[in-house]
Design a protein around this ligand. Structure first.
Ligand SMILES: *Cc1c(COP(=O)(O)O)cnc(C)c1O
Length: 353
């Protein structure tokens, strides 16, 4: 049955080993981010087999799936007030930016006889999560330190996710300085200084991260071997961990330009077409709810992706050396968002090799 996504666990393991060794050489521990594949425990187990001891996901529901794995679980999105009970049950730690939420976590943890670890987030320019006001941050650290149901574990920053502000040495030094200030205020050193995601790897490899930043939360680089500052592939990694296979349900010669009165798509835009004459076109049985056109590449390099609707994928196979027929399958190499969709779609079967 198609569509299916094939997960190459051997290649993933090699990626994990390569990236974690790069990090270990610079005293950097890795939190393996599992949100890209919906917290699938069989894939997360490969992270753990590769030596990763901390797993992070943005959804408590995904962390719940990982409960059988021997690793520290982090919720890497600020928790919802409404989920603090599940949070303290399924996560050992979380990234936080609101004192009111930390107080709610404290209450939930005390009620369950647990201690939940808190990492305070600092916003250093990306304008996503984190404290902007440094006095407020230090104040929140002091308050957190007093609570019995939570343990102030460290601080962290996230960059290159919303405004695409890159990490640089100044920002990493600023993070380290804040960690020192908090350490002096509470009278002990923080255990975790989390310097960012896959977009910080490039800076790390250039030696641009201050001593003391000791953790990165990595998803994309482990899964696709890509650092995200310049989008280069890291030596010794594979980009073919996730391959999607879909089935051809129609194959016909069709014109490249549509005919009739043109309307607009659901985003209010009229599509544009180039006249390349009559072409051999294929429809595959999957669509935007199962994958993402922009972050998918046909394995057969001579195939052109024309586009997709919710449940039809249109390809131009005219230039291919293969002679496709109805019932054959086509393979796509998946990137970040495409993988995320494939794992969210209940129509895509998962196969592990
Ligand atoms: C998604 C996410 C990550 C992982 O990002 P990658 O670019 O996949 O390495 C790290 N930290 C936070 C807070 C995230 O939301």
């Amino acid at each position: 049955m198609y569509p299916l996504v094939r997960v190459n666990k051997k290649h993933l393991l090699e990626n994990v080993r390569t990236v974690t060794e790069l990090c270990a050489a610079r005293n950097m521990a890795v939190t393996g981010v599992t949100k890209v594949f919906g917290g699938d425990p069989e894939i997360a187990a490969v992270y753990v087999a590769g030596g990763i001891t901390r797993l992070g996901d943005s959804r408590v529901e995904n962390l719940k799936l990982l409960k059988g794995l021997a690793a520290e679980k982090w919720l890497i999105r600020p928790p919802m007030m409404s989920e603090v009970d599940d949070l303290v049950t399924y996560a050992d730690a979380s990234l936080n930016s609101e004192l009111a939420t930390i107080q709610a976590i404290n209450g939930a943890a005390i009620a369950k006889g647990k201690v939940h670890k808190v990492i305070l987030m600092v916003d250093l320019g990306d304008i996503r999560e984190g404290f902007i006001d440094h006095d407020e941050l230090v104040g929140a650290a002091l308050e957190t330190e007093k609570m019995k149901g939570v343990h102030l574990y460290g601080i962290g920053v996230n960059l290159t996710c919303f405004s695409f502000i890159q990490s640089d040495s100044e920002k990493m030094t600023a993070l380290m300085e804040l960690s020192k200030t908090i350490g002096e205020t509470i009278g002990r050193e923080l255990e975790v200084v989390s310097g960012g995601n896959s977009a910080t790897l490039d800076l790390m490899m250039k030696g641009g991260i201050s001593e003391g930043v000791n953790n990165l939360r990595l998803g994309e680089s482990l899964l696709f071997g890509k650092e995200r500052a310049n989008y280069t592939f890291l030596p010794g990694t594979h980009k073919d961990v996730f391959t999607l296979e879909c089935e051809i349900v129609e194959l016909k010669e069709k014109p490249s330009v549509p005919w009739g009165t043109v309307g607009v798509d659901s985003y209010g835009k009229s599509p544009a077409f180039t006249d390349r004459g009559t072409r051999l076109k294929v429809i595959c049985a999957l669509g935007k709810q199962d994958f993402d056109v922009e972050t998918s590449t046909p394995v057969d390099k001579d195939i052109i992706i024309l586009g997709a609707s919710s449940d039809h994928l249109m390809l131009d196979v005219t230039d291919s050396n293969k002679s496709y027929k109805v019932g054959d399958t086509v393979e796509l190499q998946l990137g970040y968002f495409s993988t995320m969709r494939a794992f969210t779609s209940r129509y895509v079967r998962k196969v592990y090799v």
